[in-house]
Design a protein. Structure first.
Ligand code: UD1
Ligand code: CA
Length: 457
């Protein structure tokens, strides 16, 4: 049996007051719609249909890697009308799951439960009891507790507004039921819209059962209609992530001050100080200490950090591999292509890019290491620059094992510094230096005896 998954994403999201279509607003660093798409992707044997309208082009362009049947709803006449546009694309037999692009945190297990409850004579709704149900459709049940309908806030009587059980909007329906009942939905209501929620009353009138599955997780069914709701949902999500990390054995100095905008996996005894942001795909070993205000990873990138690493405050690691026992920062910046072997030290105001740095080597202060290959136990003095760019092309710098680079050296690439070679401080090196040689490339010092200082006129 196939499952058609219809995601409604045509609405304008007026209350966001944004030029961006609502489903492209980001939660935990990723568009609302992509949360829904990723959860929908967990349902096997399914086809994805997304109904777009406002900003349809922008929305479609944002998801080039998904296999989606895009459906255009040119006029937004309501959620029922939106599903009607999808009807011709649905399989004759099977089940349809209806999701909302602005309800991003619904979970796979809840969707599975809804599907399991759905038969040719029963449809299933995901509901939730909310302390503040304002704005949501309310679930109507009869004396036996059976669901009989849904009434929208704007159409509800004062008495109905006191009902705490709310409609999440998410439902599962047999395709034959949908094809039969959907065309019967009218628009005689306060908003003159075709409400998908009317399907429930129509189903009951047709002798079908409606199963209301009440989830205990408010976050799972919370919709995003304005920026306050988006911010509140972001906090709930981050709180959940923080809890998950602490369960893994991570020490968070303040679980309220961490942001995970991607995937973070940690070993045991990792300690994370306040205000750190993790993005993309980050994997951290055991016994790692991360100082305050670090940004680790970028969307779409991968960072791998070994065991016993210390990352001091205010460091930025965009992408790369960091071996065991490394010490970074404060204020280090590791750009893509950085690979550090074990025991490497990268100090303050050091930037690295596309460079491999061997075991035990140190770049402790104020340096730029780009397009470089540095061997083991190399010492790079303060203020050393690999001059990798000639204005047109990039060139490589190679520094072999146990070389010593004096402070304030410019290494004009392409250039190789040999094993145990020494470069004098302040040199501009543009020729290779052989193993164990000393290179000094700076103007000779001149001392003038008894030199009279200029006098003020
Ligand atoms: C809807 C439900 C309400 C439920 C709430 C949960 C209806 C009539 N009401 O109300 O019972 O409690 O969600 O969050 O279904 N959309 C379209 N085309 C349209 C209209 C909407 O694609 O013509 C999409 C929107 O982009 C959005 C979703 O459907 O993703 C829900 O629409 P919205 O206007 O936000 O409905 P609510 O008023 O929140
Ligand atoms: Ca909504």
């Amino acid at each position: 049996m196939t499952v058609d998954i219809v995601i409604l994403a045509a609405g304008k999201g007026t209350r966001m007051r944004s030029r961006l279509p609502k489903v492209l607003q980001k939660l935990a660093g990723k568009p609302l719609l992509s949360h829904v798409l990723d959860t929908a992707g967990q349902i096997g044997n399914s086809r994805l249909h997304v109904v777009t309208g406002h900003g349809a082009d922008k929305v479609q362009q944002a998801f080039p890697d998904y296999n989606i049947n895009w459906i255009l709803q040119t006029e937004q006449l309501g959620t029922g009308h939106a599903v009607m546009q999808a009807l011709p694309s649905l399989a004759a037999e099977g089940k349809t799951l209806i999701l909302y692009g602005d309800v991003p945190l619904v979970t796979g297990p809840s969707l599975q439960t809804l599907l399991a409850e759905t038969t040719a004579s029963r449809l299933a709704l995901l509901t939730v009891k909310l302390a503040n149900p304002h704005g949501y459709g309310r679930i109507l049940r009869n004396n036996n507790g059976a669901v009989t309908g849904i009434v929208e806030e704007k159409d509800a009587s004062e008495q109905q507004k006191t009902i705490a059980e709310c409609n999440s909007g998410i439902m599962a329906v047999d395709n034959t039921v949908l094809a039969k009942l959907l065309p019967k939905i009218g628009n005689h209501n306060a908003q003159q819209e075709y409400y998908l929620t009317d399907l429930v009353e129509l189903a009951v009138a047709d002798g079908l059962q409606v199963s209301g599955i009440c989830t205990v997780s408010e976050m799972e069914v919370q919709g995003v209609n304005d920026r306050k709701q988006l911010a509140a949902l972001e906090r709930s999500w981050q709180q959940l992530q923080a809890g998950r990390l602490m369960e893994m054995g991570v020490n968070l100095l303040d679980p309220a001050r961490i942001d995970i905008r991607g995937k973070l996996v940690c070993g045991q005894d990792v300690s994370i100080d306040i205000n750190c942001i993790f993005q993309g795909d980050v994997s951290i070993g055991h016994n790692v200490d991360i100082g305050a205000n670090c940004i680790i990873g970028e969307t779409g990138s991968r960072v791998v950090i070994g065991d016993n690493v210390v990352i001091k405050p205010n460091s930025i690691i965009e992408q790369g591999i960091i071996g065991d026992d490394c010490v970074l920062g404060p204020f280090a910046r590791l750009r893509p292509g950085t690979e550090l072997a074990s025991g490497v030290k990268i100090g303050n105001f050091v930037e690295t890019k596309k460079s491999q740095i061997g075991r035990g080597s140190k770049v402790n202060h104020l340096s730029y290491i780009g397009d470089a290959e540095i061997g083991e136990n190399v010492n790079v003095g303060a203020g050393t620059i690999t001059c990798n760019y000639d204005g047109v092309n990039k060139h490589r710098t190679v520094i072999r094992d146990e070389a010593f680079i004096g402070s304030n050296t410019s290494l004009v690439a392409p250039v190789t510094i040999g094993v145990k070679a020494t470069v004098g401080a302040g040199s501009t090196v543009n020729r290779d230096v052989d193993n164990e040689e000393l290179a000094v490339a700076r103007a000779n010092q001149k001392n003038i005896k008894g030199w009279p200082r200029p006098k003020k006129k």
